[in-house]
Design a protein around this ligand. Sequence first.
Ligand code: AMP
Ligand code: MG
Length: 350
Amino acid sequence: MSNIKEHQTMNYDTQMLSSSEEDIEKAAALLREGKVVGIPTETVYGLAADALNSTAVSEIFKAKGRPQDNPLIVHIGEFSDIYKYVTEVPENADKLAKAFWPGPLTMVLPKRDIIPMTTSGGLDTVGIRFPVHPVAREIIRRSGTALAAPSANLSGSPSPTTAMHVYNDMNGRISAIVDGGDCAVGVESTVVSFDKDGRVRLLRPGFVSLEDIKGIVGEGNAVCAKGVTEKISDGEKVLSPGMKYKHYSPKANVTILCGTIEQFTKYVSAHNGDRVCSMIFDSDANGFPFKYITYGDTSEKQARELFAVLRSLDDMGAEQVYARCPEQTGVGLAVYNRLLRAAGFEVVNL
Ligand code: AMP
Ligand code: MG
């Protein structure tokens, strides 16, 4: 991985744990001691530590090589725990929690002092999520605290959707990894904040879509933040620190090609080479004449497969990847948002 060199070497004997009751208890015990553990969630694997323990949380930043101003999401084990960590739950936040929790939705709210600044990346707000994955919930419950957990990849790499992905990035860097199988959603949680007038602002699209959110709070009461589908210029103020970082990138240069499969094939034919690989939809594969890898058809399947596909492109030694452009509605917006970052915003309209 290109960015491994930039990360300081660490030397942990990383334990691989199953999701048996005994192993879940081992993971919870490590978390109670302030250690860092890779855990499964329904979105992607998380790199968990006690969210209230600033020393434990700084170990997450070290293990990932994550910039310290990029805040961590705090995962709670009970709906009502939100009141322990935030000072205010606006009406729309309450409605969204009732509709989508437990599940892949993070809400950014004003934090209480109990959340250390290390966890919130120096902000006076904190992102809270109540996950639905039974193993994640049991680990949180047994740890007796809330868990700060960013995606369990090295900073900049594609997020991990299997325990093996976590192992590849984190072996030797953290205390343990709990294997809970493949992640059902495959992209990180939807992140929202609330404007002063109560309007919901979508900071990061995910499985809970903008359309789903509008269905709960009303069409006019939810908007997409700048930065979700367009590039933020250097020095521009962002609502969500994660927006400014390069992300989800395989080693290869990725270019998104928007157009029909015929236009796509013609473009690849003119730009083909040994180390070129196309990322196409399942239904395009029949008869596609160049080297390819498929990444699903429905937006839900694309979300589930995207990060594993980006990782396999590295294994294949691809240097240039041409990707078919996903939908930009529903869950498709989450896929497009991640692929856009993997591509460093390089899009060609055919
Ligand atoms: P990850 O932990 O890798 O899933 O990334 C979490 C992302 O959630 C961050 O990069 C931020 O963009 C966003 N986020 C978390 N907490 C906040 C917050 N307090 N304010 C704004 N965005 C946040
Ligand atoms: Mg991440």
